[in-house]
Design a protein around this ligand. Structure first.
Ligand SMILES: [Zn+2]
Length: 244
């Protein structure tokens, strides 16, 4: 090999090295999983809830109407779904990844033995990869004087207690109920089965005449959804050690 040829080979190898280095450094070819290029056109979610996966559970559905408006006869299941869909929209706008246990008027198990238990377990299963779980309900009581939103969590779950407290405060501040309630522990199947922060939000009492009228107003349901979304955002902004 003459001098000129050696020089040419040297230049060739140097160029190869440069190209290899450039290819390895190109972020488009880097992927944490398999080296495949990142898909174009799917920007990462942005907003205060980016990275937060929320499972929303509109209570009841299908054969199971839940509570009924004492005056209007409106089933709880309809109002729960409406509030949850409004809330899903607000949370997505803020960057959250939202799944719903149902998006139509259906039970998650509507036939056979133990259908109620299987329905509830399906709601728990839907939250498998979520960071937070919120079950949306409307309350009722035998006397008509009881009113106001109330958030429940499972005793002993610190993340759930914190989430419930923040949500309760947000609901009280936004809706100014006549007698503001405090978040309370409650023994509900869906809360017992979940290890992630999980709460059950009773938006108000369908057995109370004034509150039933409020629930029938879409603007009030939007305010409810807004208050819950604000609470979720506030909770998510807290220190990571609270996100059990
Ligand atoms: Zn209910």
């Amino acid at each position: 090999m003459g001098k000129t040829r050696k020089w040419k080979w040297g230049l060739f190898f140097a160029l190869c090295l440069l190209i290899t280095a450039a290819v390895l450094n190109n972020p488009v070819t880097k992927s944490p999983i398999d080296g495949a290029p990142e898909p174009a056109g799917t920007p990462a979610p942005q907003g205060p809830l980016a990275g937060c996966a929320v499972c929303l559970d509109p209570g009841h559905g299908g054969y199971d109407g839940g509570a009924y408006g004492r005056d209007s006869g409106t089933p709880e299941k309809e109002l729960n779904l409406d509030v949850a869909l409004r809330l899903a929209g607000l949370l997505r706008e803020r960057g959250a990844a939202v799944t719903l246990t149902r998006e139509t008027d259906t039970a998650l198990a509507d036939a056979g033995e133990n259908r109620k238990r299987r329905d509830l377990q399906a709601r728990v299963d839907a939250a498998a990869s979520a960071d937070l779980f919120l079950s949306i309900h409307m309350n009722e009581y035998r006397t008509r004087s009881q009113s106001g939103p109330q958030v429940f969590y499972r005793k002993g779950q610190e993340g759930s207690r914190l989430l419930a407290g923040v949500l309760q405060q947000s609901l009280n501040a936004a809706l100014s109920p006549a007698r503001p309630r405090s978040a309370q522990t409650g023994d509900y199947y869906v809360l017992r089965q979940l290890a992630i922060p999980a709460v059950l939000v009773e938006c108000g009492f369908l057995s109370n005449a004034a509150e039933e009228q409020k629930m029938l107003d879409p603007d009030y349901r939007q305010r409810l959804a807004q208050a819950i979304a604000d609470g979720v955002e506030e909770y998510w902004a807290l220190a990571p050690e609270h996100k059990q």
